[in-house]
Structures are given as structure tokens and as C-alpha cells.
Design a binder for this molecule. Structure first.
Ligand code: HEM
Length: 462
């Protein structure tokens, strides 16, 4: 089987379909948050509907192509995986009533661009600089295509182009092509970190959490209409047919400044070993994936590649002061594990991949945009995604650090620091540069299949 080379994918596959519990409606849930496809290429298309009827007509012909959770692992989905989602403006344009639209959460109604204050996306990360029409109210829908390889992606691209041309008033605002970067035998991103190591397991999918990953999380944390970690499903957008089995996803296109990142490591570390250690301190894992808590002084690539061991750690007992993994390192912020409360209500499912060509080692930055274009899936954008952005990534005083943001993707303008606790004297990197820039983002609702049919049928008989 082809090797998945997506950054921020799922860590466990739905290998045993028979182990799935009946209670999750696998036929109705889009496959997107349920499993990671073995894809080496992808394309995201951002669409606008010129008129309601054209949008519904487009959707009608697309529904049968959308992958469901029940088809995961079957031959039906062996080459391409299609996902479709809508912004609040998109739902409105398709003809969802104002009464129904008012039952969707406020943050989704506003959209990601309007939430810049909450998210901390200021300066170069601000929506004023976003590309591809992502901050525009005319952004109505996204189609995500994961494809086995580039040839399959190109075939699908051509097919969708012809299809859109026939659908009245539907236009592609922008598109992004993604490809895995070599070597293809493990998932990693442009800075060279192994990715896709940690991911919540959803209760009822039959996937076993790896050691140290905690118990499976209630499905209602990711899919609307199911009990969540607090109890029975509550506050579903109406009508229920529209919201049940749906999820929200926050999309982020994040440019990675690989040249600046490598320059920084070279400037701060005298030897290659020191440079690797600094890279590890920023992330909380060595580039091989090995966690600093388990191997603080030297890399252990075998540990990084071993999914049964690479998450088997905590912070409170094993590294309370951050001598191994700094309190402000990316993975310690994005999942503080046993050092934060309510963690089961903050879990996120990550999907996505790398875009742009890899920058070969030893070559100066070529100015070509490259990065990660990722989705964070959840049942509550405000409780899960926005909390992570607001508190974990961009609150300067998170963990009482005083003047720090996430070193990997927090908003950085050269005025924030990074503390690396160390005996006897801790080290402080003053004025961390920005290694990434958010180039765009949006909130989408991924409806279940019945909900897609409901949306396609709106206005029928008028
Ligand atoms: C360019 C930006 C980013 C890069 C390069 C990056 C890279 C990584 C890498 C290499 C890992 C370690 C692999 C793993 O644990 O699966 C990781 C973990 C993680 N990242 Fe990111 N990431 C980025 C942005 C984000 C964003 C925007 C979010 C969410 C808002 C996020 C949330 C997480 C989470 C939840 C983990 C898992 C932590 C754990 O469970 O220990 N990351 N990231």
C-alpha cells in the first residue's frame, strides 16, 4: 500500500472495520476526520456560488463522490478521497433559512477572518494579508481532494473543472495543490520534523490508543449529535438533519520559512548536534519524532519511529520543570497532557499536507512559498481550535512564561522570547523570528451525507 505522506494526519487507521460500533453512523459521516487516506497528493478548491440554484446543482452531482467513514479501507476509496464543506455564508447562499442559520455558533457565523482578535493572528498573520480569497465573504465552499498520486489528482482536477464549468454560477476562487515531500517513507514537513505522531482516538471507531495516549475520546467531541465528554449532545444547530454527523474544521495555510529556520539554527548552535538540540527544543521532539521527555540529551530515531513508544510520556511527573521539553515547546503547548485541566474537551483532529517544493539542504531560500495547509477538526471551534490559538499558541503568559508565543506557528514579530529551562542556568532566546506565516484560513462545516442531500434539495418545488 502506498505510504501516506501527509502532515498532521491521524495516527491510527481504521484497520478493523468489524470492530466499529453501531452507534456511530459510519454511512453518514464524511471520512475526513475518521481516517487518514494513503495519499501522496492533494488539491483544495475554494468555491463561490453565484446563485443558490447553481450551488445546489453543483452539490447534487458531487454527493456520490464524497467519501464516507464506512468506505474507509474499502476498494471504493483506494485512489481518491473527496470531502466537501461550507462556510456559514455558503450555507446561506444555498438557501438555509435565517432561522436555521441563527442556530449555528457565533464563531462559525463570523468566520475565521473576523476572529483574528481571538486567534491572535496579528501583524503578518492578519487576514488583511491572506491570499486566495479566503477572507472574503464570497468564500462559500471547499472541496478537499486527497489523491493516491499526482496523476490521479490531475485526472480529478480536470474532471472537476469540466463539472464546475457546467454548473451555473459556480466559480473557483482559488486552489492549492499539495504534494508529499521526499523521502516518502515517513510523514514529515518542510522543517524536517516527523509528523503525524499524536492524535486523539475517537470512541466507537475500534482504533486502540497507543500507550500514553489516554482513553478514546467521546465521538461528540468531533461529530455533532453524539454524547461528548460532558454528556448527551446538546445545542445542535437545527434542523437536526443538517447538523447530525457534521463537524467543524478550521483551515490554515501556513507558509514555512525554511531558509530563516535553518539560518536561525546555524546562528544559535555551533555544532550540528547543538543545532539539532535547538530544533528539538522548539518542537518538543527531535526531528526524528523522538520526544524530549523520553530522550532529552540525544536523538533516538528508533524511538521516534516507534508509535507504541513515541507518545508514552507525560509532563507533570516526568518533566515538571521542562528540563527535557521546554514548557513553551510546540507539542507541550498544543497538548499539555497532564499539566492542564479539561484536556478531553480540547482535543483536535489534524489533517492536511505539505505544499510547495522542498528546499534542499545547503541551498539559500529561493523565495518560493512552501508550507503546511492543515485542518483542525472538532465539534466546537471556540472550545477546541480557538482555545488552542488564543491560549496555547498566542497567550504570552501561558504557563506563566511571561513573553512567549508558540515558537513554531504562534504570531512572532521579533519581540517574543523562548525559555529553555536548564540546570544550573536556564537559557532564554530573545527576539525569536517568525518561522511561519499564516497565509489564509477559514471555518467550514462538514455536513453528513444526509445533510448534503438536504442542502441540495433546498428550494425544491419553489
Ligand atoms: C506550520 C505550522 C505547524 C507545524 C510545522 C507543526 C508541526 C508539528 C509537528 C512536527 C508535531 C509533532 C508530531 C505529532 O505530535 O503528531 C506537531 C504536533 C502537534 N501540533 Fe503542530 N504544527 C503546526 C501548526 C499547528 C497548528 C496550527 C495546530 C493547531 C491549532 C497544531 C496542533 C498540534 C497538535 C495538537 C500536536 C500534537 C501534540 C501532542 O499531542 O503531543 N499544530 N505539530
Amino acid at each position: 500500500m502506498a505510504i501516506l505522506q501527509q502532515s498532521h494526519g491521524i495516527s491510527g487507521d481504521l484497520t478493523d472495520c468489524t470492530a466499529k460500533l453501531d452507534s456511530l453512523e459510519f454511512d453518514d459521516i464524511q471520512h475526513f476526520l475518521m481516517a487518514r487516506p494513503p495519499a501522496r497528493a492533494a488539491r483544495y478548491e475554494f468555491l463561490t456560488f453565484g446563485n443558490p440554484a447553481g450551488g445546489r446543482e453543483w452539490l447534487t452531482g458531487l454527493i456520490d463522490k464524497v467519501g464516507t467513514a464506512s468506505a474507509v479501507g474499502s476498494s471504493l476509496l483506494d485512489a481518491r478521497w473527496v470531502t466537501v464543506g461550507f462556510t456559514w455564508n455558503g450555507l446561506q447562499t444555498l438557501g438555509v433559512t435565517e432561522a436555521s442559520l441563527a442556530t449555528f455558533p457565533e464563531e462559525f457565523r463570523q468566520g475565521m477572518a473576523a476572529r483574528a482578535g481571538v486567534l491572535g493572528t496579528t501583524g503578518a498573520n492578519h487576514p488583511d494579508h491572506w491570499v486566495g480569497g479566503l477572507a472574503s465573504p464570497n468564500l462559500h465552499a471547499i472541496v478537499v481532494l486527497f489523491a493516491r498520486d499526482v496523476a490521479e489528482r490531475e485526472r480529478c482536477r480536470g474532471e472537476h473543472e469540466r463539472y464546475v464549468a457546467q454548473s451555473g454560477g459556480v466559480e473557483v476562487l482559488s486552489a492549492l495543490d499539495l504534494e508529499a515531500i521526499p523521502p516518502f517513507d515517513y510523514a514529515h514537513e518542510h522543517f524536517g520534523y516527523r509528523d503525524r505522531l499524536s492524535q486523539p482516538v475517537i470512541e466507537g471507531t475500534g482504533v486502540e490508543p497507543t500507550p500514553g495516549s489516554g482513553l478514546p475520546i467521546k465521538a461528540g467531541e468531533f461529530f455533532l449529535g453524539y454524547p461528548d465528554e460532558e454528556g448527551p449532545a446538546a445545542g445542535l444547530p437545527q434542523p437536526e438533519i443538517l447538523s447530525r454527523n457534521g463537524s467543524y474544521v478550521a483551515y490554515l495555510r501556513m507558509e514555512e520559512h525554511v531558509g530563516a529556520f535553518r539560518d536561525f539554527l546555524r546562528a544559535r548552535g555551533e555544532t550540528p548536534e547543538e543545532q539539532e538540540l535547538i530544533a528539538a527544543k522548539l518542537m518538543g521532539r527531535w526531528r526524528s519524532g523522538a520526544p524530549l521527555v523520553l530522550t532529552p540529551d540525544r536523538d533516538d530515531p528508533k524511538l521516534g519511529a516507534d508509535s507504541q513508544r513515541s507518545n508514552d510520556f507525560n509532563y507533570a511527573k516526568m518533566d515538571p520543570h521542562g528540563y527535557g521539553c521546554p514548557l513553551g515547546a510546540h507539542i507541550r503547548r498544543m497538548n499539555p497532557r497532564d499539566t492542564a485541566v479539561n484536556m478531553n474537551r480540547r482535543k483536535m483532529i489534524r489533517r492536511g499536507g505539505t505544499y510547495g517544493p522542498p528546499l534542499p539542504e545547503g541551498v539559500p531560500d529561493d523565495g518560493i512559498e512552501r508550507g503546511i495547509a492543515a485542518f483542525v477538526g472538532c465539534a466546537s471551534l471556540v472550545r477546541q481550535f480557538e482555545f488552542a490559538m488564543n491560549v496555547w499558541a498566542n497567550d504570552p503568559n501561558f504557563h506563566e512564561l511571561g513573553n512567549e508565543h508558540d515558537p513554531i506557528f504562534g504570531t512572532q514579530d521579533g519581540t517574543f522570547d523562548m525559555t529553555i529551562p536548564k540546570r544550573p542556568i536556564r537559557k532564554k532566546i530573545k527576539g525569536l523570528p517568525a518561522f511561519t506565516t499564516i497565509r489564509g484560513g477559514a471555518y467550514f462545516f462538514l455536513p453528513g451525507i444526509k445533510a448534503l442531500r438536504y442542502l441540495a434539495s433546498l428550494g425544491a418545488g419553489l
